[in-house]
Design a protein around this ligand. Structure first.
Ligand SMILES: Nc1nc2c(c(=O)[nH]1)N[C@H]1C(S)=C(S)[C@@H](COP(=O)(O)O)O[C@H]1N2
Ligand SMILES: [Mo]
Length: 346
């Protein structure tokens, strides 16, 4: 059927601009259930690229099927999550599966901005601490475990976009509903202890975090995301460099083998597949730090009101929220029933 050139065409079409490619093939339906329903015109576009007609997507050659249709394999080790996107993988947890006090790893949501690294072996993984420090350091996970106090904490991670699916007017991006939040038990060392060992210089105002995932475009020069936080937050007791989640190594989709956990702040600051922390004398300006990414108006505004870019500030503490996890939404219950859930805040 398709020769290699056409296969490359479609793949590069998806690689160059996945959102545009998705729109072409699936239409602009911000709906997690759209998978499998290829638009008629999308089918035609794809058929034109293959040079033959395609009655059913299951007849398309492997490697040619858009990532969007290969959704069965992208959530290995996760259980019951709703897939919002599979390039990059984004999946949220239905509220009734967040009933436990400690979120099981299989139910912790996944928010990827790029493509996770293929090699997530703890063996040989290195973390570099540099920038304005007295002693730049490169540490293995064994170094972290042997040189610093290892602590275990139940910490809440919530995506800054959680709940965005209900915004009116609609917001761009993954249409998260309730479940881009989790509270697992994380084991690792305090970021503070590691930074103190490196020696934080007096001019430091901000951290910059780097991970081993790659940009959707495949361009090695581009980073999918690199965020940071004020040094004062980085030096608090509860910010961890974690290598375990619920008593086992991190799940590959949740940043194995090493990640930051920054509780109470948008989880975008909690860099996964962590390879480097740089201390800066200015606020970090990496991808997803500037413009409107993870920034909010500096005052309450009406929904949809235009706000000047210079009036946006970086999101820090997340607001107070709560979620009913039992009974399940829409469940048939008696006249009297117990209701449970969680509340959390930044
Ligand atoms: N390296 C890297 N770290 C990352 C991201 C990413 O795409 N790449 N996504 C961030 C965002 S936006 C969120 S909400 C959390 C999600 O963590 P989880 O996937 O473990 O739930 O990871 C953060 N850390
Ligand atoms: Mo996020």
């Amino acid at each position: 059927m398709a020769d290699n050139d056409t296969t490359k065409d479609v793949n590069s079409f998806f690689a160059a601009d996945p959102e545009k490619a998705d729109r072409e093939f699936f239409g602009r339906v911000p709906n997690p259930d759209r998978r499998g329903f290829l638009k008629r015109t999308g089918l035609a576009t794809m058929a034109a690229m293959v040079g033959t007609s395609i009655p059913f997507h299951r007849n398309m050659p492997i490697g040619f099927v858009p990532a969007a249709m290969a959704s069965e394999d992208v959530l290995v080790g996760k259980d019951g999550l709703t897939l919002l996107n599979d390039r990059p993988v984004n999946a949220e947890t239905p509220p009734e599966l967040l009933d436990d006090a400690i979120t099981p790893t299989s139910r912790h949501f996944v928010r990827n901005n790029g493509i996770p690294p293929e090699n997530t072996d703890a063996e040989g993984w290195e973390l570099t601490i540099d920038g304005f420090v007295d002693t730049p350091m490169t540490l293995t996970i064994e170094d972290l475990k042997s040189k610093f106090e290892v602590v275990t904490r139940a910490l809440t991670l919530e995506c800054g976009g959680n709940g965005r699916g209900f915004f009116n007017p609609p917001a761009k991006g993954n249409q998260w509903t309730y479940g881009a939040v989790g509270c697992s038990e994380w084991t690792g060392v305090r970021l503070k202890d590691v930074l103190e060992a490196a020696g934080v210089q007096s001019n430091v105002v901000y951290t910059a975090h780097y991970g081993a995932d790659t940009h959707l475009s495949g361009d090695p020069e581009k980073l999918p995301i690199s965020r940071g936080m004020p040094i004062a937050k980085a030096m608090t007791e509860e910010v961890l460099i974690a290598f375990e989640m619920n008593g086992a190594p991190l799940h590959p989709l949740n940043g194995a083998p090493l990640r930051l956990v920054v509780p109470g702040w948008p989880a975008s600051t909690a860099q996964k597949w962590l390879t480097r922390i740089e201390l800066r004398d200015v606020v970090h300006d990496g991808p997803k730090m500037t413009g409107k990414a993870y920034r909010v108006p500096n005052r309450p505004v009406a929904p949809g009101e235009k706000v000047a870019t210079e009036d946006f500030v970086i999101i820090e503490r997340m607001p107070v929220k709560s979620l009913v996890t039992f009974p399940a939404n829409g469940a048939d219950v008696g006249m009297e029933t117990e209701v449970r859930g969680h509340a959390w805040s930044g």
